[in-house]
Every structure is written in C-alpha cells, then in structure tokens.
Design a protein. Structure first.
Length: 108
C-alpha cells in the first residue's frame, strides 16, 4: 500500500457499479472454487490504482503467496483456470444485469 491509499477520498460516479461488479465476481468465485478457497468477503477501499478509472473497476485477490496452502493453489494450472473462468462468468453476468449486451465475437 502506498501513502496516498491511506488518504480519505470522495467516491466516484461508479461506486454502486463497482459494488455490483464485486458482488458478481465474489459470488462466481465462491460457486466455482467451492472448498478450494477462503471466503474473505468483499472489502471497500479507494486505492490510488483505481482512481481516475472511467468505468466500473475492482481489485481481486486470488490468494496469498505467503499462505502455504494458497501458494500451492496459485501455482496450480487448474486453479488458475477456474479462477479466470469465474471472473469471465461474473463479468458476463454483470454486463447482462446492467443491460449491456456482450460484443459479438468477443472472447467469453
């Protein structure tokens, strides 16, 4: 974390969309990964890396390298694919929920 992340900031015009996207990703990850993940919930913070973003955005942690079990999962191709697919599924569901149709021919 950098010093500017500790400063209080006003939200942006996408705060509610950010939460909707985070909720979609969180639920999708829990459904797909089931017992192979820890549910740490959804946290809210206004990190500088997301400041100035002009569309809904989230940060997602797929595990901690410092945790022996999670480090083994992170190194596993099947886990990585499951994690990636859960994010794709969540974005597709989010886009449908907010009324934006996926672009034809775009990767799913």
């Amino acid at each position: 974390m950098i010093a500017s992340d500790s400063q209080s900031r006003a939200g942006n015009e996408h705060d509610s969309a950010n939460i909707a996207l985070a909720t979609s990703v969180h639920g999708s990850m829990l459904r797909r990964l089931q017992k192979h993940t820890f549910d740490r919930g959804i946290k809210r913070a206004r990190f500088s890396v997301l400041s100035g973003v002009r569309h809904p955005a989230i940060l997602m942690e797929g595990g901690f390298m410092s945790h022996p079990y999670e480090a083994r999962l992170i190194d596993n191709d099947a886990y990585q694919n499951s994690l990636a697919n859960s994010i794709v599924d969540a974005v597709v569901k989010y886009r449908f929920a907010v009324g934006r149709k996926p672009v034809a021919g775009a990767p799913r």
